[in-house]
Design a protein around this ligand. Sequence first.
Ligand code: C2E
Ligand code: MG
Ligand code: MG
Ligand code: MG
Length: 277
Amino acid sequence: NECPRTQKPFTVYSQSLKEKLIAQSNLESDLRHALAANEQLSMVYQPIVNTIDGTLIGCEALVRWQHPVRGFVSPVEFIAIAEQSELINLLSRWIVAKVAEDCHRMVENNIRIKVSINLSRKQFSDVHLVKRLSKEKAKLFPANQKINLEITESALFQNTQYAINLMHELKLAGFNLSLDDFGTGYSSLSSIQQFPLDNVKIDRAFICNCVDNPRDGLFLQTMSDLAHQLDLTITAEGVESSEQWQLVSDKGIDYIQGYLISMPLSIDDFITFDPVA
Ligand code: C2E
Ligand code: MG
Ligand code: MG
Ligand code: MG
């Protein structure tokens, strides 16, 4: 009902002010501040369920940043920025400590599941990774907490022999290992057999059209068969419809994760989440 001519100057002014504030903000120093002040950052948890009966078997921890001026900033964006400096170490320490705290909340609520934590490429190439994670596991997490580490193909193929050795050390330290976003990188199906993995996560890109695209269906079947031959479990990411759930189930894929089951949840919402509801 408002007159566009009187509304316009106001809109233009408020937009340019916001743009100015955004231009002045520097994501790296803003992230440094958020970490130091322990504010704006939070963790959310997305349920991972059994494909056959929908029972909760685990969750993936995902970091969130609510920037005071920009609003929600994608973790893809700010993790890339953090990786350009030693800030990634502070960030990953913060993430692990927060996840550990929330694992205690889960256990207090009788939820004993595997929790998955993402490792960025640079974190994976940190020579102190095993020592640091082992310490944090022993010191911060509930006793016997199952922790799964998600690693992307690009991290593994930077230096194959280094990756294999590091993964063996992580396994000895009691961590489970997933290959994340499988299918989006350059690795061939067979090249994954050289890594000591427990699980492969098929990227959402192969799930979103799988009901209509027979080639995606074929890829899912081939991946599922290969994973099982290699004694790995397989998870489908980004399942959004019951048709996709059905198809993924027909292919023998063990676990699913996606908006159909649940969005990533705050710890308060996660502990009251009921997968069968
Ligand atoms: P990812 O590890 O492959 O995580 C899955 C992403 O898919 C998440 O995005 C999740 O919210 C989204 N997702 C889950 N189900 C669905 C669905 O049904 N449909 C659609 N469209 N999306 C779905 P998010 O949280 O934005 O994270 C993006 C990426 O950022 C992650 O990809 C991961 O690589 C990275 N990331 C997130 N949190 C962390 C973290 O704590 N540490 C590190 N190193 N990386 C993180
Ligand atoms: Mg992941
Ligand atoms: Mg993934
Ligand atoms: Mg993904």
